[in-house]
Design a protein around this ligand. Structure first.
Ligand SMILES: Cc1cc2nc3c(=O)[nH]c(=O)nc-3n(C[C@H](O)[C@H](O)[C@H](O)COP(=O)(O)OP(=O)(O)OC[C@H]3O[C@@H](n4cnc5c(N)ncnc54)[C@H](O)[C@@H]3O)c2cc1C
Length: 376
């Protein structure tokens, strides 16, 4: 047994879900080991926007978890030296129907610190928006954005160095039944286990996971290289996001917006395209995305889907679309009826899967709940 000492908690998966559980347990003084098959982070957690989204999350538990997770991100980013790249969100309403959704949202509890912005006031947020063509916008102060491909390794290093978390990489976990994990590099003993497998439904406890009817979602992402982009601008979304993000899409006015979008941007909706634009320290933009569902998503990214994303970009920003510096796809777990799941096969074992595109925004809070439940 290469790792002789017993741990209080073993975590399978070093994505944001696993790291969040490591943080929550380490903060309680627990001895934690994180095991991952990859040498470096390679899953959804480094392929996303790094956008910690509060406004737009579904009302209730998801929105509350996003708020709590956002607070933890700010604390941890400061402690771990992870730069916050952007703050806030400007959700553009290109159509009156979209503005109506934003107005209803503002009447809800979730709208408390947000505000409606009239088009002539939009240049005050930064240059480059086609504001004369908009019906308004909603500004939310809640969001923060990190550069995931750097932030996730930085978070892992912080957990190792400052909280004494042990990381076993290049190590596949074949079975996870506390008090023991069987891995490709021997057994690991731990009182409790949390499995955070991302969208791997088949390696550990497949019979439990099968009960949730999960599938996988494939997303197209791009890094654009603008000649210039106003660094003052917050993260940007637009009408298409208002029928996808449940905090907006569950407002009554979203029905009329959806009808209009079906008539005018049916191809975008068919490909699950909506617009998120966030900015990186070097001035490049992470822009996406699309949603295609399949148990085994194909690995191809047809340029036609990227063109739909760029089309929406061009309707929001002035000038020709910037050149594309990178393209990639990501996948995440998706459930028909829930945004996340916590399964408890035994008192000492939990399976935690974020079954929607919300893991960067909610994992820290979910992990606090799971760790509190496991350790009392
Ligand atoms: C393109 C894209 C954009 C997104 N945008 C956002 C966003 O803006 N905001 C937001 O909140 N969320 C976003 N998401 C969703 C978010 O990224 C995911 O919900 C989150 O990263 C899931 O984290 P995870 O740790 O569960 O999974 P992952 O990051 O996939 O990590 C799972 C890890 O488990 C390991 N593993 C699995 N099984 C085993 C095993 N048996 N043995 C060893 N290791 C194992 C894998 O190697 C992997 O490292 C986006 C996702 C994608 C793909």
């Amino acid at each position: 047994m290469p790792h002789g000492s017993a741990f209080d908690l073993a975590i399978v998966g070093a994505g944001i879900c696993g790291l969040a559980h490591a943080l929550a347990a380490a903060r309680k003084g627990k001895r934690v080991v994180v095991v991952d098959r990859d040498r470096q982070a390679n899953g959804a957690s480094i392929r996303n926007f790094g956008f910690i989204t509060v406004t737009g999350q579904q009302a209730g538990a998801c929105w509350q978890r996003a708020m709590r997770s956002r607070d933890i991100w700010i604390e941890v980013a400061a402690a771990a030296g992870i730069p916050i790249q952007q703050r806030g969100l400007l959700t553009i309403a290109r159509r009156p129907e979209a503005r109506a959704v934003l107005e209803e949202f503002l009447q809800s509890d979730m709208g408390a610190e947000c505000r409606l912005v009239e088009p002539p006031d939009l240049p005050g947020f930064g240059a480059g928006l086609r504001w004369r063509e908009f019906a308004g916008a909603l500004y939310s102060p809640h969001e923060v954005r990190v550069e995931s491909r750097d932030a996730i390794p930085q978070l892992a290093a912080y957990l190792a160095e400052r909280h004494g978390v042990t990381f076993l990489r290049d190590t596949v976990v074949h079975s996870a039944a506390p008090p023991r994990l069987e891995t490709s590099r021997g057994s690991v003993e731990a009182e409790t286990v949390v499995v955070c497998p991302g969208d791997d439904f088949f390696t550990l406890h497949p019979e439990r996971i099968a009960g949730y009817g999960l599938t996988r979602c494939k997303l197209h992402m791009m890094r654009l290289l603008p000649d210039s982009f106003d660094p003052a601008l917050p993260a940007i979304m637009s009408d298409l996001g208002l029928v996808r993000y449940l905090g907006y899409a569950e407002q009554p006015a979203a029905k009329a917006l959806r009808q209009r979008l079906e008539a005018e941007q049916g191809e975008h909706l068919h490909n699950g395209v909506h617009l998120i634009v966030v900015r990186s320290a070097d001035g490049s933009l992470v822009v996406g995305d699309s949603h295609h569902y399949a148990p085994t998503p194909d690995p191809f990214n047809p340029t036609g889907v990227d063109d739909l994303i760029l089309d929406e970009y061009a309707r929001v920003f002035d000038g020709p679309p910037p050149s594309v510096g990178e393209r990639w796809i990501g996948t995440y777990a998706s459930a028909p009826d829930r945004l996340m799941l916590v399964d408890a096969p035994s008192d000492a074992l939990r399976i935690v899967i974020i079954t929607s595109g919300t893991g960067a925004s909610t994992s820290f809070a979910i992990a606090e709940e799971v760790v509190a439940d496991l350790f009392g």
